[in-house]
Design a binder for this molecule. Structure first.
Ligand SMILES: Nc1ncnc2c1ncn2[C@@H]1O[C@H](COP(=O)(O)OP(=O)(O)OP(=O)(O)O)[C@@H](O)[C@H]1O
Length: 358
């Protein structure tokens, strides 16, 4: 029986994974209801054998609250099988065995952005621009697919061995079809939460994502949080009164353009807060001429977002027709089952192997 620190894998689970070529190794990190492990994937082709390293997020639903199991996990899996973008962590395959889900994905060798900043110090303006653009394009793609991330934070931005940033963790994401969400549905981190979210009023999740993007940019260049979040009321007051400033250590090294961008993103008035497209086309981005044009992969992904959104919405509409309210609650599980059972349809939405029950 493998004991990878906290995770106990039963021999049968180990065997099931190993027959498919996967082996879990040391722990890379953990979140609220999941542990993430380094994993080895071996492909055999006759006598040839090749191995590649992946990360595997293991979610044990027997240890998670009902809300998470019924609501957030199905949403995360549903979203994971639909997305495919150069700046979003690539999902390799997803397996479900009894109470455990194994989400195999690309391994980000340089860990998450928070770890990176804590280890290496504040990120230079030039590097922040590159990473902000990658993050903004990932969010633009999601928003175009009517998906709001809702938990944007440094821990969910992963850094690869080539120093590219990839967005991860769709545990709290949901479609943002103009639906308004109340504070009870907010589960992200306080420090990154927009003022309208803290107020507990209905809010637009896509616009709230942009605030979090501003907090991430602030943290990148300052290696500090913009606000003191020990008291929610005080935090909200600081946010709406724009009571934040760049650290004296970095303020003189930063351009006026980046300072303006942070201000436009951490804008308490949602009617004035920038939309994600404005970050991509900002004067700050244009300071690096390499960043003014989209790569082929970025353009293709964006074009696909619109197409995918349409076919996905059509398929959901079909599925939901005739369902009563009670059945509607179960439909989130059905989406998962459908994508596992109907691999043809699922393939349209994903580059991953999709959810396979083993
Ligand atoms: N692909 C990966 N490569 C390297 N490290 C990773 C990878 N995926 C996750 N991690 C590490 O594991 C941590 C937890 O992962 P993740 O955020 O997906 O878990 P979670 O339970 O969904 O977290 P949360 O409680 O924030 O929702 C990350 O912050 C990161 O440090």
């Amino acid at each position: 029986m493998i004991q990878t620190q906290d995770l106990l894998l039963r021999p049968s689970e180990e065997l099931t994974l190993s027959t498919r070529g996967y082996r879990l190794m040391n722990k890379l990190g953990e979140g609220s209801y999941a542990q993430v492990f380094l994993a080895e994937f071996t492909i055999k082709d006759g006598d040839d054998k090749s191995t590649k390293m992946l990360a595997c997020k293991v979610v044990d639903v027997s240890k998670a609250p009902k809300d998470f199991v019924k609501k957030f996990l199905p949403r995360e899996l549903d979203i994971l099988v639909r997305i495919n973008h150069p700046h979003i962590i690539h999902i390799h395959s997803i397996f479900q065995r009894k109470t455990k889900y194994f989400i195999f994905m690309r391994h980000a060798e340089n860990g998450d952005l928070l770890e990176f900043i804590l280890k290496k110090g504040p990120i230079s303006e030039a590097q922040s621009r590159v990473w902000m653009r990658q993050l903004a394009l990932a969010i633009q793609y999601l928003h175009d697919m009517e998906i709001a991330h809702r938990d944007l934070k440094c821990e969910n931005a992963l850094i690869t061995n080539n120093y590219n940033l990839k967005l991860a963790d769709f545990g709290f994401s949901r479609d943002g079809q103009g639906r308004k969400l109340t504070s009870t549905t907010y589960c992200g981190s306080l420090s990154y939460a927009a003022p309208e979210v803290l107020r507990g009023m209905p809010y637009h999740p896509k616009i709230a994502d942009i605030w979090s993007l501003g907090v991430i940019l602030y943290i990148m260049v300052n290696k500090a949080m913009p606000f003191d979040d020990t008291n929610v009321k005080r935090l909200h007051e600081q946010q709406i009164n724009r009571r934040w400033k760049f650290r004296s250590k970095v303020v003189d090294q930063l351009s006026d353009n980046i300072k303006a961008v942070v201000g436009h993103l951490m804008e308490p008035d949602i009617t004035k807060r920038w939309r994600v497209d404005q970050v991509v086309t900002s004067d700050w981005m244009a300071m690096d001429s390499r960043l003014t044009q989209m790569t082929n992969a970025e353009e293709i992904a964006l074009a696909q977002a619109q197409q995918e959104k349409q076919s996905y919405m059509d398929s959901l509409n079909k599925k939901h027709t005739g369902l009563d309210k009670k059945a509607g609650q179960l439909s989130e599980m059905k989406v998962l089952k459908t994508s596992a059972a109907d691999s043809e349809k699922a393939k349209k939405y994903t580059s991953a192997e999709t959810v396979v029950k083993v």
